[in-house]
Design a protein around this ligand. Sequence first.
Ligand code: GRG
Length: 286
Amino acid sequence: MNFKKYLENKKNIIDKALDEYLLPEEKPPSSIHKAMRYSVFGGGKRIRPILTLATAELFGKDTDSVTKAACGVELIHTFSLIHDDLPCMDNDDFRRGKPSNHKVFGEAIALLAGDALLVAGFHLMIENSEVKGIKKQSILKLLRETSFYIGTENMLGGQVEDISLKNENIKKEDLNNLYMKKTAALICLSIRAGAILSGAKQRQLKALTKYGENIGLAFQIVDDMLDIMQDQRDLGKPNYANKFGMKESKNESERLIKEAKNSLKIFDQKAETLKSLADYLLTRKK
Ligand code: GRG
């Protein structure tokens, strides 16, 4: 199967599973279920859950065994996007070219839909414990990891820095640190989720985490470049490409992707899909 087909196929698996796991729009209170579905099915690329599935495959596992946890990560990602767009955060009227959640459902419902997606994300991870072949102990480890990677030392802490730091004063080291928390942490979690549920050893987890950190940083730098190319940058906000220029951003993201692929050496040929995913992040257009 070529890589484009692989991505399409995995995205379809995730879309179908999300549709099955989320409550229907008509279920009362319908406004929140509508709002949750609006953003979950608003055109996301599903990169994070695909990373979870691809990591499980690396260990020879059936992707069905981790689909719930993978969808859990996607729900948590969607929560972060809805809250990020709120007037008290980035105040964005649009997400993926469509009106943002609060523009359609109002601020109160958008806030609650984000909260509900965060809770539903954890719930799905717990439900993954009922899948055959999954050890209860690995679910406990996953839940602990999830609260760490989205907590104040990681994703939420990164968001605090993102809204407080000004691009003009920021140093490269601080920007890297911010991106590691804001973006790379959830990407690391997606990969570690697949690895933990597949019984990865410490050495394998370490290699995969290095891969996740590097693709996560590269992902955010590419995102910054896309914002500039599509003229969507917010001038004062931390943005690598705005601060250090497009050429350096391109070089740095390529260097990070190379390093990410190098950290997969211990897996030999089995890591080809994760390597292709890393390359894809560099060339993506949205
Ligand atoms: C606001 C409570 C609260 C948490 C927010 C960090 C964070 C936590 C929100 C920031 C959201 C954001 C813009 C993160 C940067 C990572 C990023 C570029 C997200 C977009 O990811 P894609 O391109 O999204 O994978 P799609 O649209 O494909 O789902």
